[in-house]
Ligand binder design. Sequence first.
Ligand code: 6GU
Length: 236
Amino acid sequence: MNFYILTLFPDMVREGLNTSIIGRAVQAGHLAIETVNIRDYTLDRHNRVDDYPYGGGAGMLMQAQPVYDAWKSVTDRLGYRPRCVYLTPQGPTFTQTMAKEYAGEQDLIFLCGHYEGIDERVLEEIVTDYVSIGDYVLTGGELPAMVMVDAISRMVPGVLTNQESGSWESFENDLLEYPQYSRPEEWMGKRVPQVLLSGHHKNIADWRQQQAELRTRERRPDLWQRYVEGQGGGGE
Ligand code: 6GU
């Protein structure tokens, strides 16, 4: 899968994604992550990419032309217009379901905004998806883009090893993960739950399911509600 990230801060995005599992997946050829520096496409002789908003008001806006030309450099090369995600608080909140869906795309473009935003006209022209990562305000779209690339990438076949892609994951069935323990059997006077040492697979599975439910009910009543409704049969 190929990611194209249109940004004024390509170093930040590249540095953030060249490490650990995503970095390994790029090395292995499962993913390609290309940053496009929007500033490279300015026609302004002082390299400006922002200007004052018509009508007045606080802050500066990213201008339409450099954003459009950065996007066009990608779409011209590809010969088609892949989905283009604009990272903005003015969108539905990114979910695991969306991560799985995006992982089915061959190419995906991310547009990272800065300042007070981007001239609306270029958004109308190129953006297919408006996505937020939660109800708080960030200074730019780079971190949200990195969050999305990470979550989407780990759904791409080959990116995770079998070890890493445990079938039992948070959100997989609207439940949080059960608690886990490694050596030693006793630490700071706390013992690993006896059932996990028993070798009794059915009892272990039952215990984990029970813990996952308990934990979800206590920590994420919103998820628990959805889970209970789903069990009733009427759910997704
Ligand atoms: Cl996608 N962008 C910005 N700037 N702030 C955010 C966000 C995105 N999602 C939550 N806050």
